[in-house]
Unconditional design. Structure first.
Length: 271
């Protein structure tokens, strides 16, 4: 599950103190920005009704994905909650209940399912894609530290809380899970922010490849689920037909952030 990147001591450092102490106010700002930009986000190209499974972050539940699920529903997708309560990081959720949940969904829908996971939920999303590559349409992770190698890359208080709730350290979790990539058949988009105040942003990046990419946004860690830039990227990625995945074009995002050129951004979206 955890990817091996080049040995860079910078990836072992915790996020900066400034990013950590400003997590809450920046998250609130992202919520306000989402409300203000929702009219623009709502006129992006609609989806094809395919199912999208949403996996919450550590210590979060389906309540945390309510807003993005409502947005995806309006955009023409069938958003699916994970229905496993609060994500405490306990391994039985991944090894038993989450796998059972996904197997039930693939039998029900009889088509490939996209998976979006925030933070720890993205780590789980990648593992599901590794186990069921033929049933996953694509994986999108939001600030997910899937390349974590040491607990020092995580905020100290969060690392301690993870140990308390999951019953294992971050290093023990890594040792227990297989070191395997998703594979070349499942498209992967890792959305990350250098302003992440919970984990080192470097451990949230994908190894670049024909079917894998990292896309940077401005924002916090906890606000990923409300960041309008994230919503734009998610809508862009999910709209790609099966077999026609391509890497994200940052010029579209520039069009979105500049209201005067948003029309050009929409034209680029459809190309």
């Amino acid at each position: 599950m955890y990817e091996e990147f080049e040995d860079d001591v910078r990836s072992f450092r915790p996020p900066s103190l400034f990013n950590t102490v400003t997590e809450l106010p920046r998250t609130l700002m992202e919520m306000g920005s989402l409300l203000a930009t929702m009219p623009l986000l709502s006129i992006l190209p609609k989806g094809d009704q395919h199912p999208v499974l949403l996996l919450p972050a550590f210590m979060a539940s389906d309540d945390s994905t309510t807003v993005i699920r409502r947005y995806l529903l309006r955009m023409g997708y069938e958003p699916l909650p994970w229905q496993l309560g609060r994500n405490t990081g306990r391994m039985y959720l991944l090894e038993e209940k989450l796998v059972d949940r996904f197997e039930q969904l693939r039998r029900t829908y009889q088509c490939k399912i996209s998976i979006i996971g925030q933070s720890l939920g993205g780590v789980y999303a990648r593992e599901i894609a590794r186990r069921f590559p033929n049933d996953v349409r694509q994986v999108i992770t939001l600030g997910s530290p899937f390349s974590t190698r040491k607990a020092s890359s995580t905020n100290l208080l969060v690392a301690k809380l993870f140990h308390q709730q999951s019953g294992m350290t971050i290093e023990e979790m890594r040792d227990r899970l297989p070191d395997a990539k998703i594979g070349s058949t499942v498209p992967s988009t890792a959305i990350f922010s250098r302003g992440d105040g919970i984990v080192n942003w470097r451990v949230c990046q994908e190894v670049d490849g024909p079917m894998a990419e990292s896309v940077e946004v401005i924002g916090s860690h906890c606000g990923m689920g409300f960041n309008p830039l994230v919503y734009f990227i998610v809508a862009d990625r999910l709209s790609l037909p099966i077999g026609k995945w391509r890497k994200f074009d940052y010029r579209k995002l520039q069009g979105f952030t500049n209201p005067c050129s948003f029309g050009r951004g929409l034209r680029g979206f459809a190309k």
